[in-house]
Ligand binder design. Structure first.
Ligand code: UDP
Ligand code: MG
Length: 308
């Protein structure tokens, strides 16, 4: 029989985690011929989340929890959950009911009957998330798509069901700075998308503020793109062209019009020329650094989807 592992990162979710469990249990037990397990990851909660999880796990032997020694962040919690999961299908869900449990059944259908490796929830709209957060988030995904050439859009979250092959591929990516949305996109596989309407969290507060969202966005770019390391190259080239233009125009004035440019002009030209050389040297360093950076991540060189 197939088994679905439901992975739930929880950080200070005492107000909502029981409700989440009740609603999700109802949906998962309604799917015929499917065994399940809940894997709750208490990500260093400071409220009573862990007490509630202990209680749930006493009541139902299909529930397991893992409590991290401190708050490591959702990315680490998801990795811990995936590592612990034994199901041949895994789904990652937020504890706040923003990921509708009703989608579990069509997601399972897509994987078990329709031949997909992954079925992701695509969030439509951003009700309850604030207008500014929506605008910034959409702009961020536009930038990251351009920089990384990978498929990531604003609505694609971590809410997705995956088969064992895909989960194992994700677990092969052992990098410390994890940006799971990028990892999903990196590993590839056939993905079906199901749209769902965004709703406010059932209770409790979001763990994100503008500072943490900004640093998450920055981490995302740094984890999957070395494009920022090319900036000194672009700047160096521009400065080099400016200094060439200044040099040539000084020469033309001297030779054809017997008019020598002022010393300020000459000094500026030399300074710009030297700066351009420095920038270009920094660019070369950056190129070595970016190669080393990617080597250090020890990402798999290829991922097999199927084999006879
Ligand atoms: N979460 C976590 N560790 C953290 C922050 C969040 O495990 O450091 C969990 C949180 O408990 C929830 C999920 O990640 O289950 C999504 O968090 P949240 O609802 O705050 O994010 P939002 O929906 O606002 O993007
Ligand atoms: Mg949420």
């Amino acid at each position: 029989m197939n088994k679905l592992s439901i992975i739930v990162p929880c950080y200070n979710e005492e107000e909502v985690v029981s409700l989440f469990y009740k609603e999700t249990l109802k949906e998962v037990t309604a799917i015929p011929d499917l065994d399940y397990e809940f894997i709750f990851i208490d990500d260093g909660s400071k409220d009573h989340t862990l007490d509630i999880l202990r209680l749930l796990c006493c009541q139902n032997e299909n529930c397991h929890y893992l409590s991290l020694s401190r708050n490591f962040g959702k990315e680490a919690a998801m990795y811990a959950g995936l590592k612990q999961a034994v199901g041949n299908y895994c789904v990652i869900m937020d504890a706040d009911l923003q990921h509708p449990p009703k989608l579990l059944s069509p997601m399972y259908q897509a994987l078990s009957q329709e031949g997909y490796d992954c079925c992701g929830g695509k969030r439509m709209g951003r009700e309850g998330d604030g207008t500014l957060r929506g605008i910034l988030s959409r702009s961020f995904y536009r930038v990251i798509q351009k920089l990384t050439h990978m498929n990531m859009s604003d609505g694609d979250g971590d809410f997705r069901m995956m088969n064992r092959t895909m989960v194992d591929a994700i677990l092969q990516m052992k990098e410390y700075n994890r940006y799971t949305k990028g990892i999903f996109s990196f590993v590839g596989f056939e993905t079906k998308w199901l749209e769902f309407q965004n709703v406010q969290r059932a209770a409790g507060k979001t763990k994100w503020n503008f500072g943490s969202l900004f640093s998450y966005a920055f981490d995302g770019i740094l984890s999957f793109s070395t494009a920022p390391l090319k900036l000194p190259g672009i700047l160096g080239m521009i400065l080099f062209l400016i200094s060439c233009f200044m040099g040539i125009s000084a020469l033309v004035q001297q030779v054809f019009f017997h008019h020598s440019v002022g010393s300020l002009y000459l000094v500026s030209g030399i300074v710009i020329f030297l700066s351009s050389l420095q920038m270009l040297m920094v660019f070369i360093l950056g190129e070595y650094l970016s190669k080393d950076y990617l080597e250090n991540k020890k990402r798999p060189i290829y991922i097999v989807r199927e084999q006879n």
